[in-house]
Design a binder for this molecule. Structure first.
Ligand SMILES: [Zn+2]
Length: 450
C-alpha cells in the first residue's frame, strides 16, 4: 500500500490533450487518481503533500518501442551506414551477459524515470534482467524473450507465454510476445504469436517495413508487402499486434491495419539516424482510426530514451515529409501518452489524468527557464517543442513517486557514473570488432524467479 499523495493548487493541469485547467488539486490513493477539484479534500489518512503552485501536471509518457539495455552501445559507432553499424553492434552483443544487461537496463530506467516516462515496451536479450531493473525503480514495463533465428515456432511462442506468466510477481511488469521481424524469424512464429497474443491479452510486438530492402525482399519472395503478408497470409493482424516503424508501409496496407485494430509505433529519430528513409504516414493512419504510438527505439540508434525529444522529432519529421503542418503538437502528445499506453495494453486510463485512472503522472517545473513563458494556452506545444525532460520534478507511477529530482538526482548521477565505468570496460574489450551475422537472443529465456 502506497501513501496517499495530494498535489495542491497546480499552476497548470493538462488532463489530456485538449483539456487544460488551472488551480486544480489531485489526490492519489492506492495507485489511482481518486479526486480532482479546486478545493483539496482533507486527507483521510496521513499523506504526502506536494505544493503545486510552481508545477505543471501532465499525463505520463510511455515509450512503446525500445531495446533499453542498448544504453551500453550509446555513442558506439554512431556515424556508420546501417549495414556496417549493425556489424559493430552485433560483435559486442555476442558477448552480452546478464550482469551487463542488468546494469545497462538500470541506466535506461533512470533515464526514463527522470524524463517523465512511466513505462516502456522492450525487446532485447535477458529480458528478466530488464524487468528487475524496471521494477526496482517502480516503472511499468512490457517485455519478453525475442523470437528470432531458426527456432521451433510453436515452442518459441509457448515459451514467451510461459515467461510472461513468470513476471506476475513483479508489480506493474507484464509480458509481450516479441517477434523480431518477418525476415529474421520463422513466418509460422508470426502466425502463432499473433494468435497467442489475442488469446492471452498480450501485445505482439514486431519490427515491420523499416527499410526499403525489407519491402523489396518480401515482395520478391512472397508477392506481398510485409504488412499485407502479415494480414493476408499469416493471419497476424489483430488488436494486439504492434507494428514498429512502418516507414515503408503502402497506402493499401493502412486499411488492413485499421480494419484489424492493430497499433503502429513511430520511431522518428531512429529512422532518421539510421537513414532508413521512407515515410510513416501519421496523418493517414490517424484519419483511418489506427492507434498511433511513439517510441525511441534503442539508445544506440537514437541516442536517448527521452520521450519529450521524441515528440518533437515526430512532428518535425512528419512536417518535413508532408511539406505542411497537418501534424500538430497534439498528435505527438496523443501518440506518446494514450497511443503508447493502448499499444502496450496498459490498464485503462493510463495516459490521462482523470478520476479513476491509474495514478501515473508527471509534475514539471513551471518556472524552468527552458520552457518560459508557459501559459495555459501554449502548454501542449511548449511540452512538445521546448521541454527537454530536464524540467521534470516528479514522475509518479501507480501512485508512487519513482523520481523526485531533489531526492534522487545526485544519487542517480553517482550510480550512473559507476555503471558507465563498467559498461565502458566491457565495450573497450570488443571495440572495432565486426560480426557479419547477428547474435541469437535466447528464445527460451528461463522464466523469472523472484
Ligand atoms: Zn527496434
Amino acid at each position: 500500500m502506497t501513501e496517499p499523495i495530494l498535489v495542491k493548487n497546480l499552476r497548470i493541469l493538462l488532463r489530456r490533450p485538449g483539456r487544460v485547467e488551472t488551480g486544480a488539486s489531485i489526490l492519489l490513493e492506492d495507485g489511482r487518481i481518486t479526486w480532482i477539484g479546486e478545493q483539496p479534500p482533507p486527507l483521510s489518512k496521513t499523506g504526502y503533500v506536494i505544493e503545486g503552485d510552481t508545477l505543471i501536471a501532465a499525463p505520463c509518457l510511455y515509450n512503446a518501442h525500445t531495446h533499453s539495455a542498448m544504453t551500453l552501445l550509446r555513442g558506439y559507432c554512431d556515424d556508420y551506414e546501417l549495414s556496417e553499424w549493425l556489424q559493430y553492434m552485433w560483435a559486442v552483443e555476442k558477448h552480452l551477459t546478464p550482469r551487463i544487461v542488468r546494469e545497462a537496463s538500470l541506466l535506461a530506467a533512470m533515464e526514463m524515470a527522470s524524463t517523465g516516462t512511466c513505462g516502456f515496451m522492450d525487446m532485447y536479450f535477458y529480458p528478466g534482467e530488464t524487468a528487475r531493473a524496471a521494477a526496482s525503480l517502480g516503472l511499468r514495463a512490457r517485455l519478453g524473450p525475442v523470437i528470432m533465428g531458426d527456432v521451433d515456432p510453436y515452442k518459441a511462442v509457448e515459451h514467451s507465454i510461459y515467461f510472461a506468466k513468470s513476471l506476475k510477481g513483479l508489480k506493474n511488469i507484464g509480458g509481450v510476445i516479441n517477434v523480431h521481424s518477418i525476415y529474421a524469424a520463422p513466418l509460422d512464429a508470426v502466425t502463432y504469436a499473433a494468435e497467442a497474443a489475442r488469446q492471452h491479452g498480450l501485445p505482439m510486438h514486431i519490427h515491420v517495413s523499416e527499410t526499403r530492402r525489407e519491402v523489396y525482399e518480401a515482395k520478391k519472395k512472397y508477392g506481398l508487402f510485409p504488412v499485407e503478408l502479415m494480414a493476408k497470409k499469416l493471419n497476424a493482424l489483430n488488436k494486439y499486434t504492434v507494428l514498429v516503424h512502418a516507414g515503408w508501409i503502402a497506402s493499401w496496407e493502412i486499411n488492413l491495419v485499421a480494419e484489424a485494430g492493430a497499433s503502429i509505433v513511430h520511431c522518428p529519430t531512429s529512422n532518421m539516424k539510421l537513414a532508413t528513409a521512407g515515410h510513416m504516414p501519421a496523418y493517414e493512419l490517424i484519419e483511418k482510426g489506427v492507434n498511433l504510438a511513439l517510441g525511441t527505439d534503442g539508445p544506440a540508434s537514437n541516442n536517448t530514451l527521452n520521450m519529450f525529444l521524441e515528440m518533437k522529432q515526430m512532428v518535425l519529421l512528419q512536417r518535413h515529409s508532408y511539406w505542411d503542418t497537418r501534424i500538430k503538437a497534439r498528435h505527438a502528445l496523443q501518440a506518446a501518452t494514450t497511443g503508447s499506453a493502448r499499444a502496450m495494453k496498459l490498464p485503462r486510463g493510463c495516459g490521462t489524468i482523470e478520476e479513476g485512472a491509474p495514478a501515473d503522472l508527471v509534475l514539471i517545473d513551471a518556472e524552468d527557464p527552458l520552457i518560459q513563458p508557459t501559459r495555459i494556452d501554449n502548454i501542449e506545444s511548449t511540452l512538445v517543442y521546448a521541454a527537454t525532460g530536464r524540467e521534470v520534478r516528479y514522475t509518479i507511477v501507480a501512485g508512487k513517486i519513482v523520481y523526485d529530482r531533489q531526492r534522487d538526482w545526485e544519487r542517480w548521477r553517482r550510480r550512473a557514473a559507476i555503471i558507465a565505468r563498467d559498461l565502458n570496460r566491457f565495450i573497450e574489450r570488443y571495440a572495432g570488432e565486426k560480426s557479419p551475422t547477428p547474435p541469437t537472443p535466447r528464445t527460451y529465456e528461463p522464466p523469472l524467479t523472484q
